[in-house]
Write a protein that binds this ligand. Sequence first.
Ligand SMILES: Nc1ncnc2c1ncn2[C@@H]1O[C@H](COP(=O)(O)OP(=O)(O)OP(=O)(O)O)[C@@H](O)[C@H]1O
Length: 262
Amino acid sequence: MIAGAEHCGPGGCKLRIAGVSKVFDGRRGKVVALEGINLNIRGGEFVCLVGASGCGKTSLLNIIAGLEFPSSGVVELDGEPVTGPGRDRTVMFQESALFPWLDVMGNVMFGLNLVPGLTRGDRLAMAEKNLELVGLKECAHAHIHELSGGMKQRVALARALATSPRILLMDEPFAALDAMTREQLYQDIQEIHLRCGMTIVFVTHNMREAVCLGDRVVLLTPHPGRVCEEYFVDFPHPRDINSSDLAALSSRITRDLKGATA
Ligand SMILES: Nc1ncnc2c1ncn2[C@@H]1O[C@H](COP(=O)(O)OP(=O)(O)OP(=O)(O)O)[C@@H](O)[C@H]1O
């Protein structure tokens, strides 16, 4: 499915999350969404955040993105504190959030328009390479409404990768897709990660998905959101979501989650 991936992100970055807590002032008082989160993520690592609903996965992703600020603690990317959103971190959501008035190529080029020093030719070449990377080179001039849900997420991925972010943040990007489309995307994202080696933080409810994709699975427990356990997954890539090894590990993590929240 994937072809021609010579253009890849720089990959080598390091994310340090130290003593991060987040307290929201909700309508019914204060909500401690995260407490004392410490995580070091090495350059090129694929880390999946899992846990029960409300354990703070999205809050943590938003803090890394610079969309939310921690109540205490710091997030550093390659030693630089994260103080707001930046082109070095791209977020991909469950909904593709594509611009319907632009075609596929226009969407992928959108972020590149904001990168200084690129000619139109540079931007076109980079967009084409990334569309090829996600297997959609032939659809460059399709309208967004002509695409399936899986194709839209591929375009969103090409757009996210086009600006060569140092870190890719993914919040349940495949949750709204049917099982067959998801399985194909699991293969594709593993292949893209193997080729490009970018750092990825990926939020999911789906344990199988987490152990299929992640080098490490971080289990959070809720109220307050804390790191409960970390699992280093050393099965070689590409992994098959239906393999019995993955089933056994995902069952173990699910058991641990149930035990921790019982
Ligand atoms: N803006 C906000 N104001 C008040 N409380 C919030 C806000 N955002 C999140 N919360 C609370 O913080 C906690 C963590 O929410 P968060 O969305 O990060 O969890 P999650 O693990 O991503 O949940 P889910 O898996 O259901 O998406 C929840 O109790 C939530 O209600």
